[in-house]
Design a protein around this ligand. Structure first.
Ligand code: FAD
Ligand code: DLZ
Ligand code: SF4
Length: 511
């Protein structure tokens, strides 16, 4: 039986379900570079270069195994520019008995896949995407009928199921979670190892030129490209993280610093999301570091929780609640996205730093995404769809299944609390505690009102006032509303007035 095996740009793993029973004597692997995938949002230039270079390297690896790969380049003659258009052409070239493909990472593509069989008159088998530790159905079963979908419960179930960091049915060390030990700001003078970077080879250099030609006006710098583009490089990046940064990962997981773009984070998300690394091997590498005494329990548990917990959980939320999930807007937020999200031109030092890092690297770590750009968009009442588009554009690891729940649910609370028990809101005090941004900022983090006051301060209290009806009964907001209740009326009015003035001025600057 001749099978056309369609491999998408974020399915670059030899073990993926769609390649499992491949017969090199009869089958063809199809890979296509298409304009639609590169422009449905105007992705960061480095993200496009990473995906296309990783696709080309993967095709080479398959060819080295004598597998017949039909690879369509962006510039190939007759390229119809979309998955469906290119699949149609491939069916006409190869006349397969069936098409096999793994589940995509986006609802948008999933909907198109449902049409393919009738569109092309060929049976299409859509296989589970086994680049995850759980399947979509398992999450839906877990979620079914639950009032409360907190990640922590899902994570504990998976710890029990995998036996990772378990001592019988109890967590190793007696605690499920070492979050409280993982909230340290960065001490002065601590040396931070730079993550491993990879000089572009001839394939990547060719792709970089192509991206410059076709997508030169997209967001971000291309010149500093240093991502791993194949599995062997990604494995080196994993090893580098385990040896050099994992030991400090837990302690400084929530820290921010202008001295380092990455701190002790792994920067492995693009490789996990493209299939160059599997979550299983990444978690096992961290567990080995714990067993050999190279990394402490709090670091390894903290890291495991991100992958076994958060990564699996957000994927489950996405597939269980889409497409309605994306439509909710709990705070009825409607403002446009400020222009500085694209330029980095703002006097707020913390945001300027987070956005410049993003331009430079197509990367920012979690706390920058959540507590700087996410927190500001929430406090400023920016429409969720605009914030979500920004996050999908700017990060090399951004795919809808993971970006949307993180932005919509975690950063913006637009789902009204399906994911988070309370909105992740912070005033300048939190940013000051966790970073070194404030002492060189044009604003004064200690001032609550007035020309020099940190905008996060009055925007924070203004937000609580504006959404009092929606939030005051949330038990986790009690302390904040107690403070607000004691605040003199006149001060509340001044806060609202200054917040409104600030937001109006941003609009006038051209959001
Ligand atoms: P580390 O801090 O080293 O964490 C290890 C790994 O855990 C990551 O590589 C990632 O695979 C996983 N992980 C950690 N946190 C999360 C999370 N909340 N959700 C899912 N996986 C997680 N992550 C993406 O992969 N793609 C996105 O498009 C994306 N968008 C985000 C948008 C917002 C608003 C927020 C708040 C978070 C977003 N995240 C996204 C989650 C997280 O910020 C990134 O996974 C992380 O910053 C990637 O850097 P790292 O590899 O150094 O992570
Ligand atoms: C992100 C991306 C980009 C930029 N380009 C391509 C491409 O040209 N061809 C391809 O197969 N995949 C690409 N991708 C990844 C897809 O957008 C991704 O596979 C879908 O969003 C489904 O998850
Ligand atoms: Fe950010 Fe406010 Fe600190 Fe400036 S003072 S860096 S705006 S938190």
């Amino acid at each position: 039986m001749k099978t056309l095996r369609f491999v998408l740009g974020d399915q670059l793993n030899r073990q993926i379900s769609s390649l499992r029973d491949l017969d090199p004597a009869t089958d063809v692997v199809l890979m296509v570079e298409v304009v639609e995938e590169n422009t449905y949002v105007r992705h960061h230039k480095q993200k496009i270069a990473l995906v296309l270079s990783a696709m080309r390297h993967f095709a080479e690896e398959l060819r080295a195994e004598q597998i017949n790969v039909d690879y369509v380049y962006l510039d190939s003659e007759g390229n119809r520019g979309s998955f469906s258009g290119e699949l149609q052409r491939a069916v006409e070239r190869h006349w397969p008995d069936r098409i096999v493909v793994a589940e995509p990472g986006e609802w948008r593509v999933w909907q198109k896949m449902q049409q393919w069989s009738s569109q092309f008159g060929v049976p299409v088998e859509i296989r589970a995407n086994d680049h995850f530790l759980t399947d979509r159905e398992a999450f839906a079963r877990w979620a079914n009928g639950r009032k409360n979908l907190r990640m922590e419960f899902f994570y504990r179930n998976l710890r029990r199921k995998t036996g990772w960091l378990m001592d019988g049915d109890q967590p190793v060390g007696g605690q499920w979670n070492y979050d409280l030990q993982n909230r340290k700001p960065l001490p002065k003078g601590l040396s931070i190892p730079q993550p491993m970077r990879f000089a572009p080879d001839s394939i990547t250099r060719e792709v970089i030129r192509l991206v410059g030609r076709h997508f030169g006006d997209h967001f971000g710098d291309l010149s500093g490209f240093g991502w791993a583009v194949n599995r062997s490089q990604a494995l080196l990046a994993l090893q580098d993280f385990i040896q050099n940064r994992l030991p400090n990962f837990g302690k400084y997981q929530d820290a921010m610093s202008s001295a380092s773009d990455v701190l002790f984070h792994s920067t492995l998300s693009p490789y996990l999301n493209l299939g160059l690394l599997t979550p299983n091997e990444v978690c096992r590498a961290a567990l080995r570091a714990y067993e050999s005494g190279e990394a402490a329990l709090a670091s390894v548990e903290g890291f495991l929780r991100q992958i076994l917990g958060w990564r699996e959980y957000v994927r489950g939320v996405y597939w269980t609640f889409m497409p309605d999930y994306a439509r909710s807007n709990f705070f009825a937020a409607q403002r446009p996205l400020p222009a500085f999200y694209w330029t980095g031109e703002t006097e707020m030092n913390c945001l300027r730093h987070a956005i410049r890092v993003t331009q430079r690297n197509a990367y920012a770590h979690h706390i920058q995404r959540l507590m700087l750009t996410g927190n500001f968009a929430l406090l400023a009442g920016v429409a969720p769809a605009l914030v979500e588009e920004w996050y999908l554009v700017v990060y090399a690891d951004a795919f809808d299944w993971v970006e949307l729940p993180n932005t919509h649910g975690m950063a913006l609370f637009a789902d009204g609390g399906l994911m988070a028990s309370k909105p992740y809101l912070a005033s300048g005090a939190y940013i000051n505690r966790m970073s070194d941004y404030c002492h060189t900022c044009a604003f004064d983090v200690k001032q609550k009102l007035g020309e020099k006051a940190c905008p996060f301060n009055y925007l924070y209290w203004n937000f609580l006032l504006q959404h009092q009806r929606r939030l005051c009964n949330n038990p986790r907001m009690t302390t904040a509303y107690q403070v607000l209740r004691k605040m003199p009326e006149e001060q509340k009015q001044q806060i609202c007035h200054q917040a409104q003035h600030f937001l109006d001025a941003l609009i006038a600057e051209g959001w």
